[in-house]
Design a protein around this ligand. Structure first.
Ligand SMILES: [Zn+2]
Length: 323
């Protein structure tokens, strides 16, 4: 007898009933950029629709829109007014992220606040760690990362997300938080973060391009998959609660493989280049950007991601909630 899979495709209602993967606003996390200063709301040219926001009314108004859309969580990046060799503004209690956390925690208590932990946006050389003799030093960077995470949590962050890719940073942060009474704060690890060309627009958004060299001594080689499994395993041993893969679209196999190997939630960061390509492709009339976006996010979820961090989150959540 002929097998007929098409029976389940003839009607729209039935197709929806048997659909295996769906995108919900609850799956999405929206990245926001906090710029130190007052009354700043500047659209980021490389990320149309996303803004640099100062931690005052400008942030307040944008987060009110975010909450109305049905999104639950934001991932916060900071852009300091001044940079130095060790990235002091990353860990000072009046740093941009800390100011934003305090404001959001008091005025939007139901919002879930995740903070990015790295030094590259705060160092004068633009690298993710402490530089000595022209090299990014691993172990001497760890205390700075731990201090940064602690300071963010003290200011109101609900979760910290280290993105630096130094070895041992999850353990250093976990120990620091535990010693300080924050045993309940989860750590989302950028476990498999690749040295990717898809980060271009973000570097402009965070003004964080390195002034010499690149990030390939700590971020992963895009050609490697087994290494990602090793990184994920190590981060879990060190205490990570959620494992993240970044970027997403060119790394669906990594999301899938990690999903098969771990039993914690898996997050995928659909990065700035993915956003800009889809957005610009739509504006140029090359593709239907809405359809391409939904297909892309569905693929990321189908590969195994529970959470998706995306610059499309706000637009998409508004749209999903309307329908
Ligand atoms: Zn970094």
């Amino acid at each position: 007898m002929l097998k007929r899979p098409r029976r389940l495709r003839y009607q729209q209602n039935l197709r929806e009933l048997v659909q295996e993967t769906r995108i919900n606003p609850e799956d999405l996390i929206y990245p926001i950029f906090i710029k130190e200063g007052r009354e700043i709301k500047q659209e980021i040219p490389s990320l149309p629709g996303c803004y640099h926001l100062s931690p005052d009314d400008c942030l307040r108004e944008e987060v009110a829109r975010i909450r109305e859309s049905g999104l639950k969580g934001v991932l916060i990046f900071g852009i300091p007014a001044e940079r130095d060799a060790t990235g002091s503004r990353a860990r000072e209690s009046d740093g941009p992220v800390q100011q934003a956390c305090r404001l959001l925690q008091s005025e939007f208590p139901e919002l879930y606040i995740i903070t990015d932990v790295c030094l590259c946006g705060y160092t004068s050389h633009g690298h993710c760690g402490i530089v000595e003799d022209g090299r990014i030093k691993n172990d001497s960077t760890l205390p700075y990362l731990a201090e940064t995470a602690l300071s963010q949590v003290e200011s109101g962050a609900d979760m910290v997300a280290p993105s630096d890719m130094m070895d041992g940073r999850i353990r250093a942060i976990r120990e620091k938080l535990d010693q300080s009474g924050y045993t309940h704060i989860p750590v989302m690890s950028y476990a498999a973060k690749y040295a990717s060309a898809f980060y271009g627009p973000f570097r402009e958004a965070c003004e964080s391009s390195p002034d010499f060299g690149d990030r390939s001594s700590h971020q992963m080689n895009p050609a490697n998959a087994r290494e990602a499994l090793r990184e994920a395993k190590l981060d879990l041993e060190e205490g990570a609660d959620i494992i993240m893969i970044k970027p997403a679209l060119a790394y669906l196999d990594i999301i899938y493989r990690i999903r098969q190997q771990v039993d914690v939630p898996v997050a995928a960061y659909s990065v700035s280049g993915e956003y800009s390509l889809i957005k610009n492709g739509g504006q140029a009339g090359l593709v239907d950007s809405r359809e391409v976006l939904l297909e892309t996010l569905t693929a990321i979820k189908r590969a195994g991601a529970d959470l998706i961090i995306t610059y499309h989150a706000l637009d998409l959540a508004r749209e999903l909630n309307k329908s």
